[in-house]
Design a protein. Structure first.
Lengths: 362, 555
């Protein structure tokens, strides 16, 4: 396969994929008799046009950044973590437990503890597939998928049978008091009026920077990348592949659990059934579209944030476009950037023909 | 590629004597900015073996790919049997009677020989008639050329040499009159290589034309009638083999004088630095590959381990380097036993003062996706930076020094390692392992796939390490390399050390017999270790070439 120039690989290819997805999406909008240009306008307005909408976009982006990092980090070690959905869900248990234990305490104390406690629960949940991969050779793709299901059942039981206070009808835990919840940005910034975006957003930005540092600036990251690129060479270099796999999976789980800090700690203030709501799976698409790089993850998380928030606005504003159609457009983006992300690589490669320096090579 | 280049000055004078099977006139091929073939003229006479030599990247493979229809030349003309042809793809080349035996075999592993031979050349939708026809033809080919292979054998059960014979049969079955062989002996044992050359001789007698691409000058001298030398995409000269010498060819290939023999003084062995005692090691499938081996390497000496690939050398190296758990035995470095349990034993081996140049740099010694500077610290990454952070500035400084000292080209710290040539990749590995000043250096296949010019440099570096008082363990399948570098030779066969020899006085035949376990004095008889075979001849065949997967490309 011909190597693309770096900028084309990192920027041009993803942009072309998104454009392609929107073109096909536009055809669908056209097919149901609506104006695609107008639809895009409504979407963008919904995502950026007014404070509340923008706030919602950032709220979704926060979730997707964490989930995307959980997938990216594992991917650098050659592990395909499909499990952020379950890891975030279990992380929610840690967040609510510390929250309820310290209910009524000021958020400035509880917020860091929520981060730590959620991270521990998410890490523990992801550590198990990591352990099974490292010591038993069970493929992490299979185990993390299964662990999503186990998490769903287990959390369903815990929420409805243990955490649900008496006299409450819906399946959810007792609520946190307002002072304990992670404060939403609207309490400092007028712009975000009714939106749920909260301090966790800044945690997400910090996480992006942290992951960049971790992967490209530390010995640990060097070992992770050596393992991901060539496990035999990592073994040769004296890196314990087993140890690395377990640590990386646990770290990935910790990042996924930050989705719970955003939702349980910052938005709902209680642990409700199935609060992750697919964000963990979107993280997979985010990670692949962002090519595992924090900058890419940040940008693609924002794109998916726009799609989610703008899509809801669109469903609301254009009666001809149903919610299902929004999901279709989101799916198209995932299809074109994830599953078929390399479709344009060949044609692009022929445009930027850059042969190997060793022309006589085999 | 229609314009005929009138300047045919580079054609050998003898070319007019016999009819030409293949004639290339003024072939040019660019890959972007790289001029891979510049105005190549080549005339191959029918019924001869024509060698093409050149360093990696000289354009040999490109030229043959053009002839075989993989690439189309930018300009120039190809004549087959005197008639100009535009070869569009390999099917077309085959129709013109040009067959190719690739360096890496193109066989379906779980098919029989017969099925592989007819694959893609079936006459009808039903397989049976084709197979019957092919069976008869294979019999005839086997009789005529000494290409005996059991047509019903499954490919994966055959030795590498036999698989290569299947490749040749495939080409002949399709009616090839001209055979192109790309580095055919790279994967063969010396005995298998001899057998191949006998087959090539037979083919030549029967009027077939053979183009042999190789970088082993000994083979050129042994089998070819004419030899063409390529350098940096250009055809330097075509010579009659009888009128040239390896020294002249090496000089033409590299463009300067090359020392083919290593110059070194006598060894001054000192203390025992590496002590291996009763070592037993298994491979990934728990099959014992190193069976109770003991030996010592002293400071200031090079101990060479000779043997046919796949007789336990890889497992021995990996075990000493800490990459593979041993089942029994002790390894001592500097007198202290190494604890190698767990999957990070390599780190402890390095701490104990051991450095390891692995047999397979791409599979093991390098992360090819890494930049050059990153690979220059692989295995020593924890020495760069005090805290969790990696001291990138320091790593880059060190990498820059390595590249300068070992003349790695291009001297670009940020170039992806896979974009370096094999020789330069190997220099990165060698620099990294040698410059850390280890007490014990274990080296596997130091010059595999490395250009002649770089081989000389690498050999000198190893000698320099020895003279600096290091203990060096060298494993190579190149007997010449072992003989010219080592101060003592240990011969390994089937996981045992079956003999020790002095390189100065050792006789090649004697060593060869030891390596194949057929030395009359020291025949290794371990019942049940080798599979049963029908005839003594087949038994010998298997003994000579145990299945070896270590040399296969894995990426």
């Amino acid at each position: 396969m011909t190597a693309l120039p770096r900028w084309a690989d990192v920027i041009l290819l993803p942009v072309l994929n998104v454009v392609l997805a929107f073109l096909v999406g536009g055809l669908i909008v056209l097919a149901v008799g609506q104006n695609p240009i107008e639809a895009v306008g409504i979407m963008l307005y919904g995502a950026f046009g007014y404070g509340s909408g923008f706030g919602y976009t950032l709220y979704y982006t926060t979730d997707f950044i964490f989930a995307g990092l959980a997938v990216s980090l594992a991917y650098h070690a050659g592990l395909f973590n499909i499990g952020p959905e379950g890891q975030a869900y279990v992380g929610g248990l840690g967040v609510i437990l510390i929250g309820l234990a310290l209910n009524g305490t000021h958020w400035a104390i509880v917020f860091p503890l929520m981060i730590v406690c959620g991270a521990l629960f998410g890490a523990a949940w992801a550590f198990i597939p990591g352990y099974l991969q490292a010591k038993r050779g069970s493929h992490v793709v299979i185990t993390t998928i299964l662990f999503n299901f186990i998490a769903a059942s287990m959390m369903g039981y815990i929420i409805s049978r243990i955490l649900k206070p008496a006299g409450v009808n819906s399946d959810e835990s007792a609520p946190l008091e307002a002072i304990t919840r992670v404060p939403q940005l609207r309490s400092f910034i007028e712009l975000f009026r009714n939106s749920p975006v909260n301090l966790t957003f800044f945690l997400a930005i910090a996480a992006l920077i942290f992951v960049y540092w971790l992967i490209w600036r530390t010995k640990f990251g060097y070992a992770v990348r050596a393992l991901g690129n060539n496990p035999v060479a990592a073994n040769y270099a004296g890196i314990s592949n087993q140890k690395m796999i377990m640590i990386v999976m646990a770290l990935a789980g910790a990042f996924a659990a930050m989705v719970a800090v955003n939702n349980v700690g910052g938005v709902q203030g209680r642990l409700i059934l199935n609060f992750v709501n697919g964000a963990g799976f979107v993280g997979i698409a985010v990670a692949f579209m962002g090519r595992g790089h924090p900058v890419g993850v940040g940008l693609s998380a924002l794109l998916f944030g726009i799609l989610y928030q703008g899509g809801q606005e669109l469903a609301f504003q254009m009666p001809g476009i149903t919610r299902e159609m929004i999901v279709t457009i989101q799916a198209l983006v995932i299809l074109f950037t994830g599953a078929m992300g390399d479709m344009l690589r060949g044609p692009l490669g022929r445009i930027f023909t850059q042969p190997d320096p060793v022309a006589g090579g085999k | 590629m229609t314009s005929l280049n009138p300047e045919n000055a580079q054609r050998p004078e003898g070319a007019a004597a016999a009819p030409l099977a293949i004639e290339l006139i003024g072939i040019n091929k660019h890959f972007g900015p790289v001029h891979a073939n510049r105005d190549i003229h080549l005339a191959v006479r029918r019924g001869t073996v024509h060698g093409i030599v050149g360093e990696n990247g000289a354009g040999k493979s490109t030229l043959m790919s053009i002839l075989y229809g993989f690439y189309t030349a930018d300009s120039g003309e190809i004549r087959v049997n005197g008639a100009p042809q535009t070869i569009t793809d390999s099917r077309h080349a085959l129709a013109l009677g040009i067959g190719m035996v690739h360096q890496h075999f193109m066989l379906v592993d779980n098919f029989t020989v017969l099925e592989n031979v007819v694959l893609g050349a079936e006459d009808s939708a039903l397989l049976r008639p084709t197979l019957n026809k092919a069976r008869d033809q294979l019999k005839a080919l086997a009789r005529d050329y000494g290409l005996e292979v059991d047509p019903d054998a499954i490919i994966e059960n055959l030795s590498v040499g036999q698989q290569q014979r299947v490749e040749i049969l495939k080409a002949l079955y399709r009616g090839a009159e001209t055979l192109i062989l790309d580095e055919p002996t790279g994967v063969l044992t010396p005995a298998e290589a001899d057998h191949l050359f006998r087959i090539l001789g037979k083919l030549r007698e029967e009027g077939k034309t053979i183009i042999l691409i190789t970088h082993k000058l000994r083979e050129i001298m042994a089998i070819t009638d004419e030899v063409s030398v390529m350098r940096q995409g250009a055809m330097v000269q075509t010579l009659k083999t009888a009128e040239t010498s390896p020294e002249q060819l090496a000089e033409l290939m590299v463009g300067r004088r090359v020392l083919l023999r290593v110059e070194k003084g006598p060894a001054n062995p000192g203390d025992v630095l590496l002590d291996v005692e009763n070592l037993i090691v298994t491979d990934d499938f728990k099959v014992p590959r190193v069976k109770n081996i003991s030996f010592q390497v002293r400071a200031g000496e090079i101990v060479g381990i000779a043997g046919v690939a796949g007789n336990g050398q890889s497992e021995l190296l990996e075990s000493i380097a800490g990459m593979r758990d041993q089942l029994g035995g002790t390894i001592r470095v500097n007198g202290r036993p190494l604890s190698l349990a767990g999957d990070d034993g390599a780190a402890r081996a390095r701490l104990a003062g051991l450095a390891h140049v692995p047999e397979d740099r791409l599979r093991m010694g390098l992360v090819t996706n890494f930049a050059a500077w990153e690979n220059a610290i692989l295995g020593y990454q924890d020495k760069y930076g005090d805290g969790p952070g990696l001291d990138i500035a320091k790593a880059r400084d060190v990498a820059g020094e390595y590249m300068k000292k070992f003349d790695v080209r291009p001297a670009n710290l940020d170039l992806k390692t896979s974009n370096f040539s094999g020789g330069n990749q190997q220099k990165i590995v060698l620099a990294r392992e040698m410059e850390r000043d280890p007490d014990v250096l274990i080296v596997g296949q130091p010059t595999r796939g490395v250009d002649i010019g770089a081989i000389e440099f690498i050999h000198n570096q190893i000698i320099k390490m020895r003279d600096a008082g290091k203990a060096i363990l060298l494993v190579s399948v190149e007997l010449d390399e072992i003989r010219s570098l080592a101060d003592r030779i240990l011969v390994m066969f089937d996981g045992h050390i079956v003999g020790e020899a002095d390189p100065a006085s050792a006789d090649e035949t004697e060593l060869g017999l030891l390596m194949t376990g057929s030395h009359p004095d020291r025949a290794v008889t371990e019942p049940g270790m080798l599979p049963e075979h029908e005839t003594p001849a087949q038994q010998t065949m298997v003994q000579m070439s145990p299945k070896d997967n270590s040399g296969r490309e894995t990426n």
